[in-house]
Design a protein around this ligand. Sequence first.
Ligand SMILES: [Zn+2]
Length: 254
Amino acid sequence: MKILIFLTLFIITAISVVFILQNNKSPYGAPPYSEEDFRETPIYPRGIEKFGDLRNWKRPDGPMRVGLQVGHLKNSELPDELENLRGNSGASNRGVAEWEVTMEIALITQKLLEEEGYVVDILPATVPVAYVADAFVALHADGSTSSQTEGFKVAAPRRDYTGKSSELATLLESQYKSQVGFPIDLNITRNMTGYYAFSWWRYDHSIHPMTPAVILETGFLTNPTEARLLINNPELPALAIVDGVTEFLNLQSK
Ligand SMILES: [Zn+2]
């Protein structure tokens, strides 16, 4: 009898643990992926060939172009290939949504870059098919279950054909660190380096392989100090982004 009770309790515990593990998807950070996205070999392999011969690829003529993606913006309008991200609205602070915070930052960044002669696209969650730009920056704000968690982080794509994205990440990180003053959060996730908008090998609505790209988690909206700065002083992160991006673009035009 005792063994029977013990066995029953054991089975119930085991089932609960499996259930909790399966459903423990964080609502925060870069948009989450299904399990197959974490496999090294994409399940929908799309060769680099579809982009033609990239060795002789040249950027389109015209002024330099910067794409600023406001993470989660209009995520309900994501195409079918990204339908599992439609409900992912990101972090928030007292009713202020993540996209509202990064939109303010993006608009100021856009204005300042346009004054410098750059063309700037503000992009929603849905990136145009094979999007080409001289720099693509995805803007997010993080969230945590702890209000103590703090910091910003920048990540380049895991697969980078441009060979330049890490440089963009480094310059942006350095400007953001000195101008905004948040600590660097070292927890770069696989969701960041494999961010869906980087994944040209998987999705049509993603950057072109020759677009240098980074994802910037601007700070934690669940941390009162960082949220206050991001919401009340969006020009501070915007200026840091402008400086990081222009520094990068100046190096390219040399
Ligand atoms: Zn986000």
